[in-house]
Design a protein. Structure first.
Length: 368
């Protein structure tokens, strides 16, 4: 199949007129103008824009399903739903639940990794090694101290599918960060640590910060907190939930100014994403969604009901350049899970994961 006459985002995230040939799920030719035979399947994309497929490395659920349900059919429905939103690769994300439930979830995720829908590329393990002081919408019943032996068992027993693991650095008394960072990306999250504590964690091997500004110390003029430490450390990326609820657009603009190539836009979506207002669960907690905002009974924000396509439109409306916004939900997250050679940008040899959009940024086709 050859897609012609589109405005295409190249591997440097510049838009240009180009053609793309896809064969067996890979990009085999990418040029300003491709030759083709009458027998070739050619799709004229005049007036459309083609960008890399979105990569959501932090998403708990959608379409009524939650990763921790450990339900294969639900996970498949979630993958199909995400694909309609331009997400061609994602990391189902666990919560702070029991060790047994984590194992069940890892088993089901591995079972579903080759199924239809958005490609499952690994697991984001958000709990249980977090701080009770900054638990957010996580339940506290199963919070535990970082345990590398337990984590390594999870990692080894299920084929190394864990791509990210979260930790509150102040709880790490046994060198978890140094050890786990040799296996996957370690992310600072749900933490009461300060600037110095975060910097120390980054020096030990953590390279990511989960939902920046949320469930962590913020940036002030005398205490820069975890956020300031992320800004100061060029090897560290930070997630942003760009639903207009978790972070003010002015703050989002500032983060993109400070670290445009280190922003990873995520949804942090829960099971009611795509379902409208209503009630559901996130981990062990009951959640109510009203006017697009998911909260616990005490008002604590409980994930989102957003998705990367809607967040892209938000970012552009808030003044973030289109190219930077797309990079933040494609190549930047792909790098954080070690898959930038496969996904995250459009180049010969990479997976043909791409989204076709019209002039209003509405999705007209998704290839993967």
């Amino acid at each position: 199949m050859i897609l012609i006459n589109a405005k295409v985002m190249d591997s440097e995230f510049c838009l240009k007129k180009a053609d793309i040939e896809i064969l067996d799920g890979r990009i085999v030719r990418f040029a300003d103008k491709l030759s083709y035979k009458e027998s070739d399947l050619v799709v004229d994309c005049e007036g459309y824009t083609i960008v890399p497929g979105f990569v959501d490395i932090h998403v708990h659920g959608g379409a009524g399903a939650d990763t921790c349900d450990a339900d294969a059919e639900g996970l498949r429905n979630m993958a199909k739903f995400l694909l309609t939103k331009g997400v061609t690769a994602f990391c189902p994300t666990t919560m702070t639940v029991s060790n047994e439930d984590i194992e069940k979830t890892l088993s089901v995720v591995r079972e579903c990794m080759q199924d239809e829908g958005s490609n499952i590329v690994g697991v984001n393990m958000e709990g249980p090694f977090i701080s009770a002081k900054r638990k957010g919408a996580q339940g506290d019943e199963f919070i535990q101290a970082p345990n590398f032996e337990l984590f390594k068992k999870f990692f080894d027993d299920y084929g190394g599918i864990i791509k990210l693991v979260d930790i509150a650095p102040e709880c790490d008394e046994e060198g978890f960060i140094e050890k786990a960072s040799k296996l996957c990306t370690v992310s600072v999250a749900h933490t009461a640590t300060d600037y110095a504590g975060a910097k120390a964690a980054f020096e030990k091997g953590a390279t990511h910060a989960t939902h920046l500004f949320n469930a962590m110390s913020g940036l002030t003029h005398r205490e820069p907190g975890v956020v300031g430490a992320v800004f100061d450390t060029e090897t560290v990326s930070g997630e942003l939930i760009c639903d207009g609820i978790h972070i003010h657009p002015a703050v989002v603009r500032h983060v993109f100014e400070v670290m445009p190539e280190r922003v990873c836009v995520v949804s942090d979506a829960m099971r009611l994403s795509g379902m409208g207002d209503g009630e559901g669960t996130l981990g062990v907690n009951h959640v109510t969604v009203k006017d697009g905002k998911a909260t616990l009974a005490d008002g604590t924000i409980a994930g989102s009901v957003s998705n990367l396509h809607d967040e892209l439109k938000n970012l552009v409306a808030w003044g973030i350049p289109f190219e930077k916004a797309v990079r933040a939900m494609t190549l930047n997250p792909a790098k954080q899970i070690g898959m930038a050679d496969e996904i995250g940008s459009l180049a010969v040899g990479k997976r043909a994961d791409l989204v076709v959009m019209d002039e209003n940024l509405e999705i007209v086709a998704v290839y993967h």
